[in-house]
Design a protein around this ligand. Structure first.
Ligand code: PRT
Ligand code: ZN
Length: 291
């Protein structure tokens, strides 16, 4: 039975690759809950939302049917399930590709060569769409798992499967032929929930928090002291979000500069800043950035 108590329901994967990152994201958004993997519901104490733990394959349909208002699931799954849901935002984890792979020594060298071949997959809908878009007719061998074994077992001439590092493919003597889809975890929403005034208000509040967490990801807050005369030079080095904050220090002709930098740029940047007069450089993590 669907309980309409004015609270949102967000479906996340019960146990799998997206579970920990999804819980972590929701906690970073300030949601206070105990995740109960074995129970369907995990209520949140400080926000009108309850978590529903489900198999990832079921999430798109449950969101489409309104069993859950929101869902966190791989874009590959939503596409395969052809669910009628609204895509709210990508979440920056669970990155993978849906690819067509062929045996290392296969004579197949282009998509055209897949004509009349057998392709094993757990993604028949996405594969069918792709083949149709390329005007290639092939036999789709639908499996429920271990697709990478199909060519060795001579069940198929090629496979269509998810890869992330590509190790599974390689150890099974396969190589990629083409990419069908690039995917990552995304937040999806039921259309009626999004149109409902009260629910929309909660969804918008949650979205502000999620965007803040996504913006802060990979960023560091940088503080340093510098002589006043170095400000212009340092400002030209700093890739600030807007402009850096400059605060006078008690010591004469000295200032503190504060800014946000990308984690990846940090070490190169720091050497450059030091060479140009900065000292006492402090770097701190950022929880969230609300614009
Ligand atoms: O039980 P439930 O149905 O909920 O989970 P599941 O077993 O169907 O899904 P799960 O937890 O494996 O994956 C959930 C989602 O994570 C997928 O729908 C993708 O969106 C995303 N994802 C990211 C991946 C991978 N990376 C991935 N590598 N899903 C599956 N894989 C498989 C891949 O197919 C290969 O067999 O993992 C294996 C190792 O991959 P390599 O390339 O790193 O060797
Ligand atoms: Zn699944």
């Amino acid at each position: 039975m669907i309980v309409n108590n004015g609270r949102l329901k967000i479906a996340i994967q019960k146990s799998g690759r997206l579970t920990d990152a999804s819980i972590d994201l929701l906690r970073k958004c300030g949601l206070d809950f105990e995740f109960q993997r074995h129970s369907l519901y995990s209520p949140c104490r400080n926000f009108k939302i309850d978590l529903l733990s489900l198999r990832d394959d079921d999430i798109p349909e449950y969101v489409q049917d309104g069993v859950a208002d929101l869902g966190i699931v791989g874009e590959n799954v939503t596409k395969e399930r052809q669910a009628k849901v609204k895509h709210l935002t990508r979440l920056g984890y669970g990155q993978c590709k849906l690819i067509i792979g062929i045996p290392e020594r296969s004579k197949i060298t282009s998509i055209r060569h897949l004509q009349d071949k057998r392709i094993a997959t757990t993604y028949p809908v996405s594969l069918k769409q792709f083949l149709r878009s390329k005007s290639v007719k092939a036999e789709i061998v639908e499996l429920s798992g271990a697709v990478e074994l199909a060519p060795t077992l001579d069940v198929a001439d090629a496979i269509c499967d998810i890869v992330s590092t590509g190790t599974t493919m390689r150890v099974n003597g396969l190589k990629p032929l083409t990419t069908i889809l690039e995917s990552q975890a995304a937040l999806i929403v039921n259309g009626s929930s999004y149109a409902d005034k009260e629910k929309r208000n909660l969804i918008d509040r949650l979205m502000i928090r999620i965007s803040g967490c996504l913006q802060a990801r990979g960023k560091r807050y940088l503080m340093m002291n510098a002589p006043m005369k170095s400000i212009e030079r340092l400002k030209s080095i700093l890739p600030s979000m807007k402009s850096p904050t400059i605060v006078p220090l008690a010591e004469k002709d000295m200032v503190a500069l504060h800014t946000v930098v990308a984690e990846d740029d940090f070490w190169d940047l720091m050497e450059n800043l030091k060479m140009n007069g900065a000292s006492d450089i402090v770097v701190v993590p950022i929880e969230t950035i609300i614009n």
